[in-house]
Design a protein around this ligand. Sequence first.
Ligand SMILES: Nc1ncnc2c1ncn2[C@@H]1O[C@H](COP(=O)(O)OP(=O)(O)O)[C@@H](O)[C@H]1O
Ligand SMILES: [Mg+2]
Length: 356
Amino acid sequence: MYTDEEIRERLSKYGAVYLPEDIKEDIDDIKGNEDKKDRLDDFFKGLKKYEDISEQLKKTKLSPSLTLLLFGPPGTGKTSLTRAYAKQYEIAMCVVESDRLVSPLLGDTIKNIRNVVELAADIAKENGAFLLFFDEIDAIGSERSNIHEVGEIKRAVISFLQVIDKVNYEGTPLAIFGATNHQHQLDSAIWRRFTFHLKFDFPNYELRKEIIESYLDKIKNANIGVDDTIYKRLDQEYVKIREIHTNLEGKLGREISEFEDNLLWNEIEKKKDVQGFLKLTIGYSGSDIERGTRVALFKVIQTGVLTYDIFYDSLKLVGGTAVHVERQDILSHSKQRKGKEKYTSSRPPTSGPPEI
Ligand SMILES: Nc1ncnc2c1ncn2[C@@H]1O[C@H](COP(=O)(O)OP(=O)(O)O)[C@@H](O)[C@H]1O
Ligand SMILES: [Mg+2]
């Protein structure tokens, strides 16, 4: 058995170690993403009962593979949702900063990858289920990495895949997660090796409303005054957008997403009377909204009450990850492809399998 201290000490050179009691997030703190929550729930249940599953799978000659890839823009909940499940299911994890594994010397890169996976596998064998989370996994085997020679990149990828296969083959209860914001740059062999692929995205206006309200509620729960007009105006804006959205879908005879070809926001722009948080936060991630809330709190410390204007200005100040420039493009009916690309950039690489 490894003690908590040993786990922390031995893994900390690769990244952040989280024992369940270290984790603050709960699943409910991450709003929306219901489809991903279902998948993660199944996965973690499986991981907990790994011995049964592994026996069953062996009978079918399917080798069990505890691998899951999370992809999509930064700040959309990939890491925190995983942590929340690790806490819920009481599974220790390590978030590996993948670029720390990459060295200009190929031999070192391969050794680092092997060492961290083998150490985690050993912990899992001794202590039970463990989760190794490779953040920015595209750093392994992409042109972003420090390795410049194509042949060497391939060899690092191959050694990564081999060590994962070995762990899976031995039936060790080690889950291997990968997360990336650059799925297009991810080596397609790595993409294919992951059994599950979960796509994260910028929240649509409905989810942004829910996220904004959840942060307002947190402020309220901390006994800080929140001007009620914030909630009211948020509701009003939502109702207006919802109505335009429904009408547009009626006109087109099909469902459309907020981000599809700017259709919805072009329509809203024609009406001119939508102003507020939801319009401001197109292309914001959950994390951007959280940062905006923090900025607002600094003001509120001085004024005592969170007002509509303070909150609006703070959200505006932090800006959205999908960059203001592109949002301007959308609002000015620009046909520029650049802006559009940003919003739809979370497709898997074409060589990968369809999302499951
Ligand atoms: N859907 C969401 N609901 C509420 N908060 C969110 C949501 N998505 C992101 N956040 C906030 O942003 C923070 C950062 O998210 P994180 O998991 O680090 O994103 P990623 O790993 O995708 O880059 C979270 O801890 C959370 O506070
Ligand atoms: Mg992350």
